[in-house]
Design a protein around this ligand. Structure first.
Ligand SMILES: Cc1ncc(COP(=O)(O)O)c(C=O)c1O
Length: 492
């Protein structure tokens, strides 16, 4: 298929094709059964609007995704690839989660060794459960005071690759939940020196590369594949995302085609895909200006937040620290330790007093996610809310630092797939020492899994997890939230 010229970025071929079909009144003798809205529950029609229902169109409609190539759908994916500097891009309707599953199926098949950032999103380990790959983990850099994991460094990636003979791929995350971007260029260099493709989960950075003040996109830094969870910050509908394949030849495109197909519904939502097409157009055509305006609004809010006694901003001052090569200003990260309260307390007070809901709160921090076109007025208002609440919550002294997770990763006894699909038994936590975990559990902070399926539980690790529960922090993934019991692999 010929590539569309760059000047086609102002078009949104898939969005425009479904709009044309939706509103020209075709005989819709196909699914979905609501027939463009006529058969839908009136409450649903009211909530979603007639227009959205008219655009809910299945696959295989001539002139949309069937017919002479390139179809509008093919053109839309090609335009996305062009905008992101990719050899090929796929629209995903089950989030970046689907992309991680596909990447594991393509790059980490049964028994294949792969290097994985320890605090990758849960969907990577789930992807290994599907594919059967055997992970070696590489630890992210960690700021113990803030309880904040950063990126991996090229040096730790090198060491992990050396520990993993025959590694098929390296999977890292950049940026983090807190907006800290890794040295992707350096990581790509060491991965390529080992003959291994670098996959970057850039879920939190779909807008990277669209403004000079933002970090470069991973593909532009030499990554071989990149995921963007476009719905997170770049304006598409929740659950829509993209997978991008880089220019190199370390990843077999056909392997990815097969893998994407197997984790894709045969009825992907036209609304989600149209929103991706539109989000790409907006970013490619107006992204720089929109980001420029948003960054100005953020700067005003930051200036106000800086005046609040006890609140520190975690921002580009961290750039240069291990695991932090760049920073995304669309995250406003507050360090509240000197207020004497926890981030969870401040987040709770924001919700109760002002109906303000934040993205993440930890012991030391509160994270606000800012989207495109966020108004200065909204940002100044939340800064004012925080100012008022900090005055109310202030207590003398610093809040206690997060509990320290054991540093050495547990021994991998069997692959995540064997542990997940094997026979599990629930045992009291005190009887689980030396057993193989079937669960994935992480304390928050640090958000780095303490134990993953297939790893052997130790007394130290179980003690740490119990301590986390005892102080009221969250345990992600534990099947028993009170952590009295845990699923382990049946022995013998
Ligand atoms: C780093 C990372 N990767 C992947 C995902 C999954 O993205 P989605 O929710 O779009 O499936 C998330 C979700 O928070 C994430 O933080």
């Amino acid at each position: 298929m010929d590539e569309p010229p760059l000047s086609e970025q102002p078009t949104a071929p898939y969005l425009e094709a479904i709009v044309a079909y939706g509103f020209r009144g075709p005989g819709r003798f196909h699914v979905p059964g609501h027939k463009g809205g006529a058969g839908a529950d009136p409450g649903v029609v009211h909530a979603l609007g007639e227009d959205a229902l008219a655009l809910d169109i299945p696959q295989d409609i001539r002139g949309i995704d069937v017919g002479p190539s390139p179809t509008p759908f093919e053109r839309a994916e090609t335009l996305a690839a062009r905008a992101y500097g990719a050899r090929r891009s796929w629209f995903l309707t089950n989030g970046a989660t689907q992309g991680n599953h596909a990447l594991c199926l393509a790059l980490a098949p049964l028994g294949a060794p792969v290097v994985i950032q320890r605090n990758s999103h849960a969907s990577v380990v789930d992807g290994l459960v599907l594919s059967g790959g055997a992970p070696t983990f590489v630890a992210p850099e960690y700021d113990a005071g803030l309880g904040m994991a950063h990126g991996v460094t090229p040096d730790s990636l090198t060491a992990a690759l050396e520990r993993t003979p025959g590694a098929r791929a390296a999977f890292i995350v950049s940026p983090t939940y807190y907006g800290m971007a890794a040295d992707v260029r350096g990581c790509a260099r060491v991965a390529h020196a080992a003959g291994v493709p670098l996959v970057v989960d850039q879920s939190w950075g779909a807008h990277f590369g669209f403004h000079p003040a933002l970090p470069e996109a991973a593909l532009a830094q030499g990554a071989d594949a990149m995921l963007t969870s476009t719905h997170k910050l770049a304006g598409s509908l929740t659950q829509s995302a993209m997978l991008h394949l880089g220019a190199g030849d370390l990843i077999d495109e056909q392997a990815l085609v097969r893998a994407v197909r197997i984790v894709r519904s045969t009825s992907p939502s036209s609304l989600l895909m149209a929103s991706l097409d539109g989000a790409r157009r907006q970013l490619a055509v107006h992204g720089e200006q929109l980001l420029h305006e948003t960054l100005a609004a953020i700067a005003a809010a930051r200036a106000k937040l800086r005046t609040i006694d006890g609140v520190e901003l975690v921002d580009d001052a961290l750039v240069g620290a291990p695991g932090v090569a760049a920073y995304d200003p669309l995250r406003i990260v507050l360090d509240v330790r000197d207020v004497g309260c926890t981030g969870m307390e401040l987040a709770d007070a924001l919700r109760r007093s002002y109906d303000v809901h934040v993205e993440l709160a930890t012991q030391a921090t509160v994270v606000l996610v800012v989207g495109l076109r966020e108004s200065e007025a909204a940002l100044l208002r939340v800064a004012g809310d925080i100012d008022e609440l900090v005055a109310r919550l202030r207590r003398p002294g610093r809040s206690t630092p997060p509990i320290r997770q054991p540093e050495a990763p547990p021994e991998l006894a069997v692959t995540p797939r064997e542990a997940f699909l094997g026979e599990a038994v629930r045992v009291p936590v005190e009887d689980a020492i030396g057993r193989v975990s079937c669960e994935s559990i992480a304390g928050y902070p640090p958000g780095i899994p303490a134990i993953l399926p297939g790893e052997r539980l130790t007394g130290e690790l179980l003690g740490y997890l119990r301590e986390i529960v005892a102080v009221g922090s969250r345990l992600h993934g534990a099947s028993d939230p009170s952590f009295a019991t845990i699923h382990v692999l049946r022995e013998g």
